[in-house]
Write a protein that binds this ligand. Sequence first.
Ligand code: HEM
Length: 375
Amino acid sequence: MFSSLLTASLLSLALSASAFPEYRSLAGLSAAEVRAVARTFQSTPGAQPPPPAINDTSSKLVFDDAHPYEPARPGDIRGPCPGLNTLASHGYLDRSGIATPGEIITAVQEGFNMGWDLAAFVTYAAFVVDGNHLTNLLSIGEKTPETGPDAPAPAIIGGLNTHGAFEGDASTTRDDFALGNNFLFNETLFDQVSISSGDRLWVNGTLDITSAAVHRHNRILDSMARNPNFTFTTPRYLTAYAETTFPLAFFVSHQKSDTSLSLGLDDARSFLQNNKFPDGFYRRNGSYGLTEVFAPFPDVLPGKNEGVGNYVVDPEDPGFNGGGLCYAYYKQSNLTLAMYPDPTDELRTALQQNMASFYSALGDPTCEEVFPFGQ
Ligand code: HEM
């Protein structure tokens, strides 16, 4: 009785949903698809401007009673990002692993004190190519009907697992797409960091900037040597170096270490493998945003392999040499246009809003705004 009432009310909602094709009957939908319809009405459908920056950026206990750890339930989605996975496992993000850009921007600030500009830039750089513009939902991992109905190909709406749209090669704890699984924690790769060696990796069981940079460099060399499709151009070039600093910037509890950039092995594993705040975890004191991100020893120029071991530098790609963020913004804009060459009016409006939100994350940039979907 209850389930038929639920189906009936979902059906009436669906019939008024412009984002959900009217010709489809809910009767033939899977449970996941029914949840997708329901979620479309729980959140405000359609693109929204980004939420504001949080006011209080002081250190505080974030593994608190209101945010208990719960392992992912069957059907909950986790993906390549240990930060977002952890936020979902503690309820800062919807535990399903499906979220709006606004929810992600707020959650990464609340849970980790990521700066608003960095949060908005990364979120929109990913959302415009991996998210569903009509329902405003993104999967933090695999493609799922829970983000809503597909747009026509070549749009993918594949979630953060999608290789080559935002996710890329040479991750520190996930394999390259061409070599293995690009979103699951990989013990072998983690061990390359965690086994203490002459390279100063995990000296005395802790990760510091030097060891993180060595590991970053080793991962690049490994991909050059083994991955025939290794691609290390913007935006992956920027995110790879930025993410090397993230464990030190975000995974060190403020209570344990006020100033030092040094992360213990167990705490690193807690985030990277278990998607869990260590007990009593305090977020950092003060935000870490675009102006704070630094590239630890970027020793390779952007480029890609043309065959194993044959790395060719891309002369167009500035990397960190000025204008890199603008170049990333233009590149993601072009990719979005390639995915949505002929959007419907409603989709075009959502794309316009999300492209404007993406540009706003740049703050006061030196680059011109582009309008691939009109103004
Ligand atoms: C703001 C929204 C965010 C998005 C959309 C995002 C997305 C991603 C994606 C797609 C990857 C995979 C990178 C690749 O393989 O190419 C990744 C990796 C990573 N993310 Fe996030 N992320 C976000 C925020 C955060 C936050 C707040 C943290 C830390 C608290 C974080 C920490 C990391 C780390 C450490 C990695 C590297 C994992 C590895 O190398 O194995 N991210 N993120």
